[in-house]
Design a protein around this ligand. Sequence first.
Ligand SMILES: Cc1cc2nc3c(=O)[nH]c(=O)nc-3n(C[C@H](O)[C@H](O)[C@H](O)COP(=O)(O)OP(=O)(O)OC[C@H]3O[C@@H](n4cnc5c(N)ncnc54)[C@H](O)[C@@H]3O)c2cc1C
Length: 465
Amino acid sequence: MNYDIVIVGAGPSGIFTALELLRNNSNKKIVVIEKGYSITKRKCPKAKTKVCVNCKPYCHITTGFSGAGAFSDGKLSLSPEVGGDLPELIGTSETIDLIQYTDSIYLEFGADHKVEGLEGIEEVKDIRRKAIQAGLKLVDCPIRHLGTEKAQEIYAKIEDYLLAHGVDILFNTVTKDLIIEEGVCTGVVIASSKGASTTETLFADTVVVSTGRKGADWLKEMCEKHTITHTSGTVDIGVRVEVRNEIMEKVNNVLYESKLIGYPEPFGNKVRTFCQNPGGFVSQENYDNNLAVVNGHSYKNLKSDNTNLAILSSHNFSYPFNEPIEYGKKVGELMNMLGNGHILVQRYGDILEGKRTWQKELDRSNVRPTLPDAVAGDITSAMPYRPMMNIINFIQAMDQVVPGFASKETLLYGPEIKFYSNKVKLDAALNTNIQSLYCLGDSSGWTRGLMMASVMGVFMGRKLA
Ligand SMILES: Cc1cc2nc3c(=O)[nH]c(=O)nc-3n(C[C@H](O)[C@H](O)[C@H](O)COP(=O)(O)OP(=O)(O)OC[C@H]3O[C@@H](n4cnc5c(N)ncnc54)[C@H](O)[C@@H]3O)c2cc1C
């Protein structure tokens, strides 16, 4: 079959490419290849079973229309400083313009008009003052919070819009290979994602790969097979921290999300807070290789008594080892092994005292875990010394900004790992070294959030229109 444009992966970056093509009145024949289901058929069985049943052939939380966006917290970060490195590629002012434009599309499809983090100037000043005293930087980032349930509604409307305007979407279809001959990409090889061995070839003038974090390994394989120029990047290793809402109240009220960055001694690695969920829930994500990692989200209406956020320590490698994804996987596997396949949870006080946590000790705390199938245990037996020390020192600094953050009962869940490695080399027009092949979103290594991935899609759509 022949198309003008094949988009691999229906995450935010892929769907905003298609959407922007339509908004620019393009009459190009577009097909989106998506490994998972249409958004209305995406169901995480955990809602009923309460525990993760490790769905095969893929996890519904990250796979299907709107990718990792569907079950995400739906926090749109409205700052060019957050969610990826696009400003390095296309410039900061272009990124700001595109964020505003992309935000307006989310509004058109039903996003809440309220933007968090624009009020409480005096309170923000106080938080910043304390952050400076603690050696942390507070990044200004207004947030539009969609909420998990609303995010699904919005993406469902976008799916309907694309289908109604003639975009073909092949669900339950996986892209196995790229067809690249003499430096030109001419199509893709696809198959059913449910395990059938027969493959089919789709030819196209342009191929856009937007396979997300889940598809980063596959894209790396493609880069190596077809000599697509790329570099290994960073891996973020950390924990998800959970405290009572009362502890985070001030930050939650004025900022919604505290984006704090530090470089704690003695290692000086970048350590940061990420994805804060007031009244939220800790969640589990399963990668296809059975790696269970922790995450977090919050609903617009259903609220818990807790706030969770990630603390991530960034690591790069050079010589003689430069495989950050492999490093992150090994750390995650070790932690999964100690949790017998489950996410581990440990009290901060137990970490400082050098002991594991027991379930009965969790039951005594004010803070009740919102991930019920997490297993009490010992994160420190699996976390390497360097990220562990970075996390402990960062939590101590956070305690100066948010008193009570470093309390004995604060919960740490692990592993939280963000794989952004394998940065595909792109120029300012998003060209790769292969003619007619483009790589977008989280799988390209250039984004790590909903807004930045969507913005990259819009930029791509305009270029291809
Ligand atoms: C639980 C959770 C909560 C999150 N919360 C937030 C948040 O609040 N705010 C925020 O900014 N970010 C959040 N994120 C991150 C955000 O969801 C991602 O940054 C964003 O979705 C990336 O978009 P993408 O288009 O690059 O890829 P993805 O959304 O990952 O989509 C990629 C798609 O490609 C498909 N695919 C992969 N490989 C293939 C293949 N070979 N063939 C066919 N299809 C394939 C996948 O099935 C998937 O649907 C969260 C992520 C998770 C998992």
